[in-house]
Every structure is written in C-alpha cells, then in structure tokens.
Design a protein around this ligand. Structure first.
Ligand code: ADP
Ligand code: MG
Length: 659
C-alpha cells in the first residue's frame, strides 16, 4: 500500500479528477471564475492545486491558496499533498490555521482555514501574493466561506489576474454559479456504487448504544474482507464512549468464545476516533490500510462527511445528529447544540459506503423521522450563528453598511441587529454603528470579540499577564483528562486546582503551576492535565503576546489581585450573565432562560452558590448548561452593561490606550 513514489503516483492517476485533468486546466485558464463539482473523494482538494502547479501556474512566484472550513482538513490535506509532491510539509506545500503556521517563503500551495484567509484580507485587502484562490468545500456554507466569497466577488473586479475556483460536493452547486454571474460549472464525472439504506424500525433513545450494537453486529456477521466500518457521531465525548463500549461488548463476546480477557488480545479489529481536537499524529493513522486479517472501524464527527475521505469503507452507521453552533436571535445567544442532520447530510454520510463498491448504510432513525424532522439541506451557518466577529471584521475592512454586503443568502435581520447590539454593548461600535478605536483594536486579535475585549481591558487594569493566560487556556479544548476507570482520581486531581468561585482563575492556576514546574509533561500526567493542550495554550499565549506588542497593548500585572481579574472578565461577558434562582439553578439575565452549572465547574455542587455569575459558553444537550463560570459582583455587571442592567459604562473610549 503506497510504499513508493510510484505507488502514490498510480493512486493519483486512478482518481476521477485525473481523467479530466486537461479539461480542468483549460477551463481554469480560460475563465477567471470556475465552479468545480465532484463526488467526495474525486480529487478536488488534493489534486486541483497540484495540477495548476505542475502546469507552471506558480512559476512566477504566485501562490495558490486553498481554503477549508475545518482545521483538521487543512492540516490533513496539506500533509497528504506534501507527501504526494514528495516535499517537506511547510516548504512548497504548507498550511496555516489559527495559531499555527506551517508555511515558509518557499510555499506555493497554501492550505488554510477560510477564517485565516479572511484575516489575511485585513492585512492585504487585494491578496496580492495569490494568483489563485480555491474555495474548497463551498457546499458546507460555513460563515467564513460565505463572507470570503462576498469579498472575492468585489475583489475579482479589481484584480483581473486573480483566478477563483469554487469547489463543491454535488449539493448546492448551482447557487455559486449564479452568485458569480453564471460562472461556468464543471462536473468531474465519477461513479459511485449503490448503497443499501436500512432505517431503524423504532425510535432510538440512545444513539451511542444503538451505534455500538449495530457496529458489533456488522463486525461479527460479515467477513473481515468485506470492508471497513464508519460510524458518525457528534463529538469527542460520544466518540470516546462509543469506542469504549464497542471494546467492552466485543471483549464480552470473545471471552466466551476464546477465553480472552482484554480487548487488546483481539487481533481482528482496530478502532480509530476522528474529531477536530485529535492529535495530528493520530489523524494520519486513520488513512493507513490494515492487513487483511483486521477490520478498521472509524468513529468520526461530520469531518468524514465530505472533507476527509477514508478509502475502504463499506458500512456506514449514521446516528442522525451533529453538533452545531446555533444562534437563537430571539434570546440572542450562541450555543453548541446536538441537532438532527439534514437529508443532504444523511445522503453524504450514506454515500461514504459506496465509494469503491456497493455498501450498506444503517441509519439510526426511522424513515418517518427523516421525512418529517430533517431539513432538505443544512441551514447556512450565516443564518444560524451570531455575527459579532463577522461584523467586526467587515467594519475593519471598511464595509460601512454591513446590510448591503453581497451574500448568497441574507442573515436574519434580527441576528444582525442583535449582533450589532452586542458589539455596542462591549463598546466595539459607537451609537452610529461605526467602529470605535477599541473595536478597531479588538479586530486585530484572532479571538472572539468578548475575549479580545477582556484582554484589552485587563491591560489598563494591571492584569493582562493573567488575562492572557486565561484567554489562551480558553482557546484550547479540554485541559483536564478523565480516563475511564480512573474518574475518581482525576476528579480529585482537578479539584486541587480549584480557585473558589472561578473556573477562569482555575485555568490560570493550572497554567501557573505548570509553569512553576518548568512546563513538564510528567507533571501534567501526574495531575491529569492534557500536556498537548497545555503546550498549545503556551503557544497561543506567545502569539498573542506578539499581537499585543505590535498593537501597543501593554503587558501588565498586579500580582495576585483576583478581584480586578474577575472584574475584567465581567466586562467582556456582561451579556452572558446569570442570576441564582434556586440550588444550583440559574436564570439567564438577558433572556430569562433557565440554565444550570455544568458539572465540571468549580462552582458545581457548592452549598452556598454565588448569586451572580458570567460564563464563557452555553452548552445545550438535554439541559442548558453554562460552562466555564466565574462568580461576579452584581455591581460590576451594572458597570459593564450600559442598557442591559441600567447604568453607565466604565470605559470611555480614550482611557485604554496607554502608549
Ligand atoms: P475530494 O476533495 O474530491 O473529496 P480528495 O482530494 O480529498 O477528494 O481525495 C482524493 C483521494 O485522496 C481519496 O481517495 C482519499 O482517500 C485520498 N486521500 C486524501 N487524504 C489522504 C491521506 N491523508 N492519506 C491517504 N489518502 C488520502
Ligand atoms: Mg475535498
């Protein structure tokens, strides 16, 4: 399996895109804008840029930028293309995602998230170094993709030499062509094989359990050589539970049959998780072919729907849900919610079973559910998320009237207004909707506006050293480990870091102790702290220090005055405050919605819970949880939120800039 450059070359030549290579090149040469459509796995992402490169497109030093909605995809695909081109990653082929840049002056093919390219337009509005931009996975309709497409439509008029390629899986493609004045479309021909679709007969209560049962059944009743299994789950948590349960169940079966006691002794199966926070080294393993005596089970989030193709899948198990960021304009809140997928997603998921031969897709929902409860296609992110970041960015780009910016679909007016209001609340825009100088400064940080805001506020309140750590720690997933069977030990270790009344300060405490222990990995293991997450936070911190330096936001520290730190946190999160309404129960102050402390919070289960808190994130599962919480003085809230809670705001626009 692909041991030599010749093997890789022959794999490349077998892809559907290769058969139409010269047609594709001709089309791109003849048109400024091309829309390219193809089944997942046809070679759009890995091949198109390479074809252009081989054709001499970059010989004058011009770059090809390829955007991806997902960080994992940008990383993984860049890795693959570097391998195919036989170069070191970071040289001719590189990638850039938030807080991570693997490019060099040699780089010609630059894979990046759509968010990175958006931020680049802030620094270089004409995108001068690029000769071609490929907006990949456009069908996903991610917020940043949609905004980028709008920016490009304006830019292409000014830069006649810039090429744009929009690629999409087979759904939603016509819309792109329309948006770009009927730009030509090209469909890469490719065959897929029929997939049998089997629905659940009854409503499924627990999709993890149902997926485990299905996967075990498939594995036990079909020959290993018949193919691999791909299970769609919603996120890291249920993926991990699913993995453990499959191991448990199979161990049970095999112990009866062969008298073994440990999963590791079963040699006919290997399980791979795939989610965005997975370490890159583990991501690459997923693509490796196993020997004929073992079956692969991949348990993935919707990353595996269209952005990454794993060969050899014959069975798909689809839980019917995905985790989406959703914004409720009525209550004005963003949250992560486990939501039913759309029918288009369901088709994509099933399709993964039919790439190399016929397959079977097990849907863990009834046919009636599909018909009555699932949308035809997913609502574009632009229409279901808060627009604070986007508005701040567009305003920084000089777009005065955000309402008339060209978009394929318009966001709900209510969301636009609510986001403008939230920006005004944290003093990023003034009463006329213009960017304040604080707002301008906030836009320099690749952070959500409220985090940028607390960092800047902290700098003139003598605690930006501390806040920098908190913000960096908030930018990494999962700091604490909680391995199976060792939950008690892990919880005890975690509780030793608790700073009463504040999860934010608890995070600061973890970092400070790690630093005192010379950033040691052994220390992390001993204390059930994720070493990789800590290194990432450290790295993010360094990068934010640079941005602060460049923008003259001073590094300040008051030592151990935690009150001022909490006050600054309050300044950025006044719109995310809750008031005690019963034991452990809170009511959201802006919306009146009932919320609960997440069990991982330092404040959870206290006999004497604080009356007022602000939180970093709202998680909606079976209940509405507030995560990463800090107790605050109600008076601070009054000071921070002008209209919301009554009185004036503390910061006038001139006092923060100390240089
Ligand atoms: P598309 O973008 O049209 O969905 P891709 O260019 O992503 O298609 O994939 C083309 C082929 O490259 C697929 O067969 C896929 O399995 C293979 N591929 C992509 N990434 C890797 C990788 N990291 N290792 C091995 N094969 C890969
Ligand atoms: Mg692709």
């Amino acid at each position: 399996f692909e041991n030599t450059p010749e093997d890789i070359e022959s794999t490349r030549r077998s892809l559907p895109a290769f058969k139409v290579r010269s047609d594709l090149l001709t089309m791109i040469r003849d048109n400024q804008i091309s829309i390219i459509i193809g089944e997942t796995g046809s070679g759009k992402t890995t091949q198109l840029a390479q074809y252009l490169y081989e054709d001499g497109f970059c010989s004058g030093g011009r770059l090809i930028g390829i955007t991806q909605p997902r960080r994992v995809a940008a990383m993984s695909v860049a890795n693959r293309v570097a391998l195919e081109m036989n170069v070191q990653l970071g040289e001719e082929v590189g990638y850039s995602i938030r807080f991570e840049d693997y490019t060099s002056p040699k780089t010609r093919l630059k894979f990046m998230t759509d968010g990175i390219l958006l931020r680049e337009t802030l620094l270089d509005p004409e995108l001068e170094k690029y000769g071609c931009i490929i907006i990949d996975e456009a069908h996903e309709r991610s917020l940043n993709t949609d905004i980028m497409i709008g920016i490009l439509r304006n830019l292409l008029v000014k830069r006649r030499d810039l090429k744009l390629i929009v690629t999409s899986a087979t759904m939603n493609a016509a819309k792109f062509s329309e948006f770009f004045g009927n730009a030509p479309q090209f469909t890469i021909p490719g065959r897929t094989y029929p997939v049998d679709i089997i629905y659940s007969k009854n409503l499924v209560n627990d999709y993890v359990e149902a997926a485990v049962t299905e996967a075990v059944k498939i594995h036990l009743s079909n020959k290993i050589s018949s193919g691999d299994i791909l299970i769609f789950m919603t996120g890291q948590e249920d993926i991990e539970v699913c993995m453990d349960l499959i191991k448990e169940k199979l161990t049970e079966v095999y112990s009866k049959k062969f008298g073994i006691s440990k999963f590791e002794e079963i040699s006919d199966l290997e399980i791979f998780p795939l989610y965005s926070a997975l370490p890159p080294a583990l991501q690459n393993k997923i693509f490796r072919k196993l020997d004929d005596s073992r079956r692969k089970i991949v348990i993935a989030t919707n990353i595996a729907e269209t952005s990454l193709t794993i060969d050899g899948i014959r069975y798909v198990v689809d839980c019917g849900y995905s985790k989406l960021k959703v914004y409720n304009p009525r209550i004005g809140l963003d949250s992560l919610a486990i939501t039913p997928i759309s029918r288009a997603n369901a088709n994509q998921r099933s399709g993964r079973a039919g790439r190399t031969s016929t397959g079977v897709a097990y849907r863990l929902y009834t046919e009636e559910t599909l018909e009555t409860e699932m949308y035809v296609s997913t609502i574009p992110e632009l229409q279901r998320t808060s627009l604070q970041n986007t508005i701040l960015l567009l305003k920084s780009l000089g777009v005065k009237d955000v309402l008339s910016f060209p978009l394929m679909d318009s966001p709900p007016l209510q969301t636009l207004l609510a986001s403008l209001y939230d920006l005004w609340l944290i003093n990023a825009i003034d009463n006329f909707g213009n960017l304040t100088s604080l707002g301008k400064l906030m836009s320099k940080f690749p952070l959500q506006p409220s985090l940028a805001r607390i960092l800047i506020t902290a700098s003139y309140n003598d605690c930006s050293e501390e806040m920098l750590t908190i913000v960096s720690m908030l930018s990494v997933p999962q700091v604490f480990q909680r391995p199976k069977q060792r939950e008690k030990e892990a919880d005890l270790a975690r509780s030793k870091f608790f700073v009463p009344g504040s999860d934010h300060l608890t995070l600061l405490n973890v970092y400070s102790q790690w630093k005192q222990n010379k950033f040691s990995s052994q220390w992390c293991t001993k204390n059930f702290v994720q070493y990789r997450a800590m290194c990432k936070a450290h790295d993010i911190r360094e990068q934010l220090v640079k941005i602060m330096g460049k923008n003259k936001v001073l590094l300040t520290s008051s030592g151990t005055d935690w009150t001022i730190v909490k006050k600054c946190i309050c300044s950025g999160f006044a719109h995310q405050a809750a008031k005690l309404s019963g034991l452990g129960k809170y009511v959201h102050m802006k919306t009146g919605m009932d919320v609960q402390l997440h069990p991982t919070s330092t404040l959870f289960g206290l006999g004497d819970p604080p009356s007022y808190v602000v939180y970093n994130e709202l998680l909606m599962t079976s209940k509405e949880y507030i995560c990463c919480v800090t107790a605050v003085d109600p008076f601070w809230l009054v000071e921070s939120g002008p209209l919301l809670y009554g009185i004036r705001r503390i910061d006038d626009d001139s006092s923060y800039h100390q240089s």
